[in-house]
Design a protein. Structure first.
Length: 268
C-alpha cells in the first residue's frame, strides 16, 4: 500500500495493469516503529531490510494483483511473528489484493462450483451466458480468490489469521458498484466459512467509488475498517474517530507513512 498514490486511479472493466497498491512500501532502510505502532509489508520488501521493533505486522499475501503470490511470503510471515505484540491487534495479520476484472481477467467463473465445492451463492446461478459479469459471477470470483489466498499461497493455518481486503482503484474493477460489492462479499463468505476474521482496508474516497453504500443486509456491513490516507502518526490517531467504511463496522486500524514506511496505528 503506498497509501495515497492510487486514489487518483480510475476504475473500469478494462484491465488496469498496476501491480502496486495502497499497501506498497517504497523500500527505504529499516527504522524502528513508533511506540505502539505496527508495520505492513509485502512483495516490494523482498530482499530488503525489514522494519524493526513493530508492535504487530501485517503481511501482503499477493504480489500486487489478486491472482498472484507474494514470493517472500514465508520470510515476511516470520518477520511478523517476531512482533512485540504490545497492542490488542494480533501480532500477525494478512492482507490480500482484491479486484473484479470480469471476463477481461485471466480467469472468470462460469458456474457456482470452484475447487470441487458447490458454493451457496446469494445472487443466484453464475453462468457463462446469463449476465456473466453481474453480481452472481462477481460473488464467485471473490469466493475463488479468497479460496486461493487461503489454500495455495502458502498459509498453513488460514483460519488463525485476520484477513484484510485491500480495496483500491489501482486494480481492475467493474463500473457497477453492486457487482464489486458482491465480489467482496464472496471473499468474506469464504473466509467466514473457515472461521477466519475479515476486515476492510481502503480510503473513504476509493471505497465510495468502487463499492458505494453498503446495506445493512450485506455481510460486509459489520466488518471493521482499516483506514489509509494519513501522513503522520497524529493524523492517523485522529482518523480513529473517522467514519468506518461500512455503517455497522468500526475503525480499528489506521495507516500513516513515515520515512517511506507504512505504519499502522491501533484504534483499540
Amino acid at each position: 500500500m503506498s497509501s495515497i498514490r492510487s486514489v487518483l486511479s480510475r476504475f473500469r472493466w478494462l484491465p488496469i495493469l498496476a501491480a502496486a497498491g495502497l499497501l506498497i512500501v517504497q523500500g527505504p532502510p529499516a527504522e524502528a516503529a513508533a511506540s505502539g505502532a505496527g508495520n505492513d509489508i509485502s512483495w516490494p520488501q523482498c530482499g530488503k531490510t525489514l522494519p524493526t521493533g513493530q508492535a504487530f505486522g501485517i503481511v501482503g499475501v499477493n504480489n500486487g494483483l489478486a491472482n498472484t503470490t507474494n514470493p517472500c511470503l514465508a520470510t515476511e510471515l516470520s518477520w511478523a511473528g517476531n512482533s512485540k505484540g504490545t497492542t490488542l491487534q494480533p501480532k500477525t495479520a494478512l492482507y490480500v489484493n482484491t479486484a473484479n476484472p470480469g471476463t477481461a481477467g485471466s480467469w472468470w467463473p462460469s458456474s457456482n462450483t470452484y475447487a470441487g465445492t458447490m458454493v451457496s451463492n446469494p445472487y443466484g446461478e453464475c453462468t457463462a451466458t446469463t449476465n456473466p459479469v453481474g453480481t452472481a459471477c462477481s460473488f464467485m470470483y471473490g469466493w475463488a480468490k479468497a479460496y486461493d489466498d487461503a489454500n495455495i499461497r502458502g498459509i498453513s493455518t488460514p483460519s488463525a489469521f485476520t484477513w484484510w481486503l485491500d480495496v483500491e482503484t489501482g486494480n481492475t474493477w467493474s463500473s457497477d458498484t453492486s457487482a464489486n460489492r458482491a465480489d467482496l462479499e464472496g471473499m468474506a463468505a469464504y473466509f467466514g466459512s473457515i472461521n477466519a476474521t475479515t476486515g476492510l482496508y481502503s480510503t473513504a474516497t476509493q471505497w465510495s467509488q468502487l463499492v458505494g453504500s453498503v446495506p445493512a443486509t450485506s455481510p460486509l456491513y459489520s466488518l471493521n475498517s482499516w483506514l489509509a490516507g494519513s501522513r503522520t502518526a497524529t493524523a492517523a490517531k485522529r482518523n480513529c474517530s473517522a467514519s468506518p467504511l461500512t455503517g455497522g463496522g468500526r475503525v480499528t486500524l489506521t495507516q500513516y507513512v513515515s520515512g517511506g514506511l507504512d505504519y499502522d496505528n491501533s484504534c483499540i
